[in-house]
Every structure is written in structure tokens, then in C-alpha cells.
Design a protein around this ligand. Structure first.
Ligand code: CAA
Length: 290
């Protein structure tokens, strides 16, 4: 029975997962190496909940209750009472492997370790843990509080008990589950990221401007955000990592990351989180950067 949920990584995904877990009554502990990032994350969660109170979707009592269930620290040992730990660190296999090496010795023997990876092999990541049978993918979408879907992915060794506990947990968060097999980028990103990469090629080849491409897909295909706006929202570093995983894992040139995407990442223009990507977010309104 999952009661205590640990989150590794106080980024936008980790904090989103913490928020929805606490709102559903779970006790949550966020771990991050940066105390500042935890503080900023908790402030974002508070802001999101306050917005729900002002729009009448939540009472102030509920907001306070949810906030009281979330703690954070830069001390790994605080994860020891957790029944489920969800790693939501950066999309980098070396970083994730290092985290598992540090987290596993702290965890209870029967604790479940899950990853929010958006593309990496669950089976391969599991091999870097001491518990491949209690390891799996629980992949939330961004923004976590708004998006209804969660992808569940078993590794080769994931036990049925682990899968059913994860399913129960995600269902309690009022999310809809889809089950994906353990292949590069699973379902959503296998389909979504090549579309975004193609939008970047469309820009790179001069077929349209940033504005033209986003307007085309918003009004011509009824997407809530244009693909370049969405790329900035996801983070261009994450978009590039996912394309590289698809390219390497499926060995098909159709997944070749657009050189313009590589250039933006090399410039440190990572989208909204760094203030600049296909749009510049430093002023009042986002301005296209080409
Ligand atoms: N965090 C929390 N809540 C947010 C939010 C955020 N970052 N952004 C918006 N919201 C909430 C708002 O508070 C609002 O809530 P209420 O209805 O309760 O007031 C609601 O979302 C709608 O917001 P807005 O009216 O301001 O904005 P919108 O109608 O333009 O919708 C959006 C915003 C939901 C983000 C919409 O643009 C959208 O659906 N975009 C596409 C998102 C998407 O495709 N996500 C998947 C990315 S891929 C992924 O995540 C997988 C991966 O591994 C990379």
C-alpha cells in the first residue's frame, strides 16, 4: 500500500507530480541536491494551488492540507520511509544511473522505484538499480496538474505487484493510464517529438517563420499550442535528448535531430525555463527568435 511518495528532482515535472500526489492525499517528500530549487518548486506548487482556490476549483482548506503534506530536503536519507520513489531528474542516463546508485541503499527493501523518463529504456535503467522487479516507468505529461494521461511502462523484470501498485497510485491521482511497451520514447513521445522535430526542420529550411508554423498548427490542426511553442514548453534539451534516443534506438534516419535544434541547445537557449528558445520570454510577451 503506497502512502509515502518520494520525488527525486524539484524541476517542473517533479514538482507537478508532488502537487497532484499531495492533492490526492499522499505524503510527499521532494529530494533535490539544490535547496534553492526545492524552495522555488514549493513556491510554484503554492502558486498553482492558490490559482485553483481563486478559480473556485479548490477550497483554501484543501490548499493548506495539500501543502502540509509536501516536504522537501537536500538530504537523501529523508527518502528512507518512502513506499514509492519517482525519479524525475534530467533526461540523461548517466545522471539517472548515478541517482539510483545513491538512492537504492537508502530505500526500504520493498519500496518501489519508478522513473519519469520520457524516452529511455526502462529495462536498461532497471539494471542500474538493486530492484529491477520493483522498478518501472511512470511517465507524466507536462503540465502534470493539467494533463490527464500517464504512461505506464514495464521493464523486462517488473513484477506484476509493482505494476498493480503503480496503477492504483496513478488511478488515485485521477489520471488516465495508457500502457506502453519498453521501446524508445514509448507512445506519446514516439509520435509527438518527430512532429516537433519536423516543425523545426520546416523552420530550418525556411518554409515558414516561427509564427507561421505555430499559427498553422494551432489553427490548421487545432493543436492547443504550436509545435515550436510546445518545444519551448517541454525544454529544447529534453526534445533533443528524446530525438537522440529515437535516432540511436531505432537506427532510422527519419529520427535525425534537426541541426537547428542542436544549435539552440548548444547556445543554452532551452526554451521557457532558460528565458529563450524559439521565443524570447524575457519581455512582457514572447517574441519569436527567428
Ligand atoms: N502548471 C499548472 N497548471 C497550468 C500550467 C502549468 N504550467 N499551465 C496552465 N495551467 C492550468 C491553468 O491554471 C488553467 O487551469 P484552470 O482551468 O484550473 O484555471 C488550465 O491549465 C488552462 O490554462 P490556460 O487557460 O491559461 O491556458 P491554455 O488553455 O492555453 O492551456 C495548456 C494551457 C493546458 C498548457 C495547453 O496549452 C496545452 O494543452 N498545451 C499542450 C501541452 C502538451 O502537449 N503537453 C504534453 C507535452 S509532451 C510531454 O509532456 C511528454 C514529455 O515527456 C516531453
Amino acid at each position: 500500500m503506497i502512502k509515502n511518495v518520494g520525488i527525486v528532482g524539484a524541476g517542473q515535472m517533479g514538482c507537478g507530480i508532488a502537487q497532484v500526489s499531495a492533492v490526492s492525499g499522499y505524503k510527499v517528500h521532494i529530494y533535490d541536491i539544490s535547496a534553492d530549487r526545492i524552495e522555488a518548486g514549493l513556491a510554484t506548487i503554492n502558486g498553482n494551488l492558490a490559482r485553483q482556490v481563486s478559480s473556485g476549483k479548490m477550497t483554501d482548506e484543501e490548499r493548506k492540507k495539500a501543502l502540509s503534506l509536501i516536504k522537501g530536503s537536500a538530504d537523501l536519507n529523508d527518502l528512507s520511509p518512502m513506499d514509492l520513489v519517482i525519479e524525475a531528474a534530467t533526461e540523461d542516463e548517466t545522471v539517472k544511473r548515478k541517482i539510483y546508485g545513491q538512492v537504492c541503499p537508502v530505500l526500504k527493501a520493498d519500496a518501489i522505484l519508478a522513473t519519469n523518463t520520457s524516452s529511455l529504456s526502462i529495462t536498461r535503467l532497471a539494471s542500474a538499480t538493486d530492484r529491477p522487479e520493483r522498478f518501472m516507468g511512470i511517465h507524466f505529461m507536462n503540465p502534470v496538474p493539467v494533463m490527464k494521461l500517464v504512461e505506464l511502462v514495464r521493464g523486462i523484470a517488473t513484477e506484476e505487484g509493482t505494476f498493480s501498485s503503480a496503477k492504483q497510485f496513478v488511478t488515485a491521482l485521477d489520471k488516465t493510464i495508457t500502457v506502453a511497451e519498453d521501446f524508445p520514447a514509448f507512445i506519446v513521445n514516439r509520435i509527438l517529438l518527430p512532429m516537433i522535430n519536423e516543425a523545426i526542420y520546416t523552420l530550418y529550411e525556411g518554409v515558414g517563420s516561427v509564427e507561421a508554423i505555430d499559427t498553422a498548427m494551432k489553427l490548421g490542426a487545432n493543436h492547443p499550442m504550436g509545435p515550436l511553442q510546445l518545444a519551448d514548453f517541454i525544454g529544447l534539451d529534453t526534445c533533443l535528448s528524446i530525438m537522440q534516443v529515437l535516432h540511436d534506438g531505432l537506427a532510422d534516419s527519419k529520427y535525425r535531430p534537426c541541426p537547428l535544434l542542436v544549435k539552440y541547445v548548444e547556445a543554452g537557449w532551452l526554451g521557457r525555463k532558460s528565458g529563450r528558445g524559439f521565443y524570447d520570454y524575457r519581455g512582457e510577451v514572447p517574441v519569436p527568435t527567428r
